[in-house]
Unconditional design. Structure first.
Length: 170
């Protein structure tokens, strides 16, 4: 079986559909290592695209999503405490098992919430590191040669790589 080509868009869809690296490798006739490489490229591509195209939305959305996740997390913690108390107070073994199942589901959802928060913080960190790096590079060019700084800034703007998140003195 010859290897089929897979685009990063296709890979993203397959991963979002819950397929494993092994399943994708078999489906497209590639090695698991190559699929892992592409997945890593996809992660960087998604972060870079988000940073370059929607940085202001990431900032406001990150803060809003973080607040929402925190609120959901607090509600679920209260529910988990109530379920834990219900297990202790359960009169029958079947009631106890039902409340334990509720606790397991709540713990699973809490774990998903924490994973989402980690992804948000990771994207936020990548964005701030990228913005600072870009500012440092342009500032350094300005220290060496102001004309070079202007050419670099113009070239980045032409390629739509320079956004409003980095402001430079004229």
């Amino acid at each position: 079986m010859s290897a089929k080509k897979i685009t990063l868009t296709q890979l993203n869809k397959e991963l979002r559909d819950g397929k494993t690296v092994t399943e994708i490798a078999k489906q497209f006739g590639m090695s698991k290592g190559r699929v892992s490489q592409l997945r890593k490229m996809l992660k960087h591509s998604v972060i870079q695209t988000a940073v370059l195209e929607e940085s202001h939305e990431i900032v406001s959305g990150c803060l809003d999503l973080r607040a929402q996740l925190s609120r959901v997390n607090a509600v679920m913690s209260v529910e988990l405490d109530r379920a834990e108390q219900a297990v202790v107070e359960a009169k029958t073994e079947s009631d106890k098992r039902l409340w334990q199942e509720v606790m397991i589901k709540l713990c699973s959802e809490l774990r998903k919430q924490l994973s989402s928060q980690l992804e948000i913080f990771s994207a936020w960190n990548d964005w701030t590191v990228y913005a600072q790096f870009q500012k440092d590079v342009i500032d350094t060019f300005g220290e060496i040669d102001n004309e070079a700084k202007e050419r670099l800034t113009k070239r980045l703007q032409e390629r739509r790589l320079l956004r409003g998140f980095a402001r430079f003195p004229e």
